[in-house]
Design a protein around this ligand. Structure first.
Ligand code: IPE
Ligand code: IPE
Ligand code: MG
Length: 235
């Protein structure tokens, strides 16, 4: 089996998973967060080098205060646990998104996790928090414009690689496979630039039920794809 070098996941369906069980949405997030604790071990075992998950979008602030508060409390716990997970898997963690919107203690936990895990490189784990692709591109363009204005960048030097290097995902190869759980067929503002040639896999299975077997199914489907990048199929 050809294992993708980089898998991106939109972990969706926590709320519906809970609703089906007559439980509050926040219970679904708790279960989804538990699933997030084990997925890195599986990726490491399979030999995946990069994993990027969408945990909180720039649009998710529109949810009720109760739901946002509960997600923040789950992030607090998860960021602490992630230190152990990174140690176990020799995994470098990077948060993508604009973390300035979070409470100070969450920002500190993020910096601590990134600092601690910077010594590792066997698995690269990106967590998208307060992430939106349009926001990421907007911040990148603003930064580039500033560098042009201050003479550090020449407009005629701007290449596709330059743009990539200004994004939150700088240095990270583009995803080979993007998985979205729970049946929605859209990107919801996720990695618009980076997914230009990525294979997509959509499943009805909600995130809390997306177990190892489901992950293997997604990778098997990916293996059936014929990736061309605009060229001709090699016989
Ligand atoms: C994904 O589950 C987790 C986050 C967006 C934080 P949802 O909360 O979107 O679950 P559904 O889509 O409402 O079922
Ligand atoms: C996308 O899921 C964001 C995350 C998984 C964090 P949403 O559930 O927020 O997306 P929409 O609202 O269905 O597009
Ligand atoms: Mg959703």
């Amino acid at each position: 089996m050809n294992v993708p070098n980089h898998i991106a996941i939109i972990l969706d369906g926590n709320g519906r998973w809970a609703k089906k069980r007559h439980m509050p949405r926040t219970y679904g997030h708790k279960k989804g967060c538990e699933r997030l604790e084990t997925i890195c071990d599986e990726m490491k075992q399979l030999g995946v080098k990069y994993l990027t998950v969408y945990a909180f979008s720039t649009e998710n602030w529109k949810r009720s205060k109760e739901e946002v508060d509960s997600l923040m409390s789950l992030f607090r716990g998860y960021l602490k646990k992630c230190i152990k997970i990174s140690e176990k898997n020799k995994m470098k963690v990077r948060i993508i998104g604009d973390i300035r919107a979070f409470d100070k203690d969450i920002q500190e936990s993020i910096l601590e996790l990134e600092r601690f895990s910077s010594q590792y490189d066997e698995l690269h784990f990106q967590i998208a928090l307060n992430y939106g692709s349009r926001d990421e591109i907007t911040r990148a363009v603003r930064h580039m414009a500033k560098d042009v204005k201050e003479g550090r960048l020449l407009p005629e030097e701007i290449a596709e690689e330059t743009i990539s290097s200004y994004l939150d995902t700088a240095q990270i190869p583009d995803p080979d496979l993007m998985i979205r759980t729970s049946g929605e067929l859209r990107l919801s503002n996720y990695l618009l630039w980076q997914l230009a040639y990525t294979e997509f896999y959509f499943t009805e299975v909600p995130w809390p039920d997306f177990d190892y077997q489901e992950l293997i199914k997604a990778i098997e489907k990916y293996n059936e794809r014929d990736r061309r990048y605009g060229g001709v199929k090699e016989e």
